[in-house]
Design a protein around this ligand. Structure first.
Ligand SMILES: *Cc1c(COP(=O)(O)O)cnc(C)c1O
Length: 221
């Protein structure tokens, strides 16, 4: 598997304005080093145990994105170093991230995860739930979290028309939140959508951040 070649091919095919998160879950440290040496700096992991094992083994300027479902009781393990928690889906979780960020004298970037897929197995908020969080007095008290945008996963299907519609929906959700709650914020700007099988469609529909694993590192075992 030629990781650097794969990486450069993907980067060559997308605009510089689209951020690439290299999803390294299940892959060994050596694979991450290879991508790092090819210039990649943003990596995505979805298991806390795996991330805290890998992080100290790798260069300190890597920006780690946590892309999995985050359990409240595990935030403390990644709070000292995580660059972005992409899949925030409750106020309870946001409160814990804020608390742990404060303990570490830092601000943690977060994205709100939306449920855009037809399947009910995927986590995430709907627009009303997000509104409730953003309007709650509790949320307004949080000083150490920085909401950077929205994240979502499309249905796992060959029906690219359906996938496109789901991405379009996430873009609409982003626009709605931006105008209702974040019009004055320069930070709320990211739409994290698109994986190996659908990132080109996601970019056509407005993605600013794609999360790509198998196309860079090969199929996971
Ligand atoms: C695994 C994963 C990806 C990457 O998936 P690929 O199909 O390997 O590109 C992206 N986002 C999330 C949330 C993931 O869990």
């Amino acid at each position: 598997m030629d990781i650097s070649k794969n990486l450069l091919k993907i980067k060559g095919g997308i605009a510089d304005t689209v951020k690439l998160v290299a999803v390294s879950k299940t892959k060994p440290v050596e694979d991450i080093v290879e991508a790092y040496n090819a210039g990649q700096r943003i990596f995505g992991e979805n298991k806390v145990q795996e991330l805290i094992y890998k992080q100290p083994e790798l260069p300190g300027d890597i920006q780690w994105h946590f892309i999995g479902h985050m359990q409240t009781n595990k935030v403390k393990f990644i709070a000292p170093f995580v660059s972005m928690i992409e899949a925030v889906d409750s106020l309870k979780l946001l409160r814990e991230i804020d608390k742990q960020a404060a303990k570490n004298h830092r601000t943690i970037n977060c994205m709100m995860q939306f449920h855009i897929a037809g399947e009910d197995t995927k986590f995430g908020l709907d627009l009303d739930e997000a509104g409730e969080i953003l309007e709650s007095p509790d949320f307004k008290e949080l000083k150490n979290v920085n909401i950077c945008g929205v994240m979502g996963m499309a249905t796992f299907t060959d029906d690219m028309g359906q996938v496109r519609g789901e991405f379009r929906n996430l873009k609409k959700i982003f626009d709605e939140l931006k105008s209702r709650y974040f019009s004055a914020s320069d930070e709320f700007k990211e739409i994290s959508m698109g994986m190996s099988g659908d990132y080109q469609i996601a970019i056509e529909e407005g993605s600013t951040m794609v999360r790509i694993g198998s196309l860079i590192f090969g199929e996971r075992g």
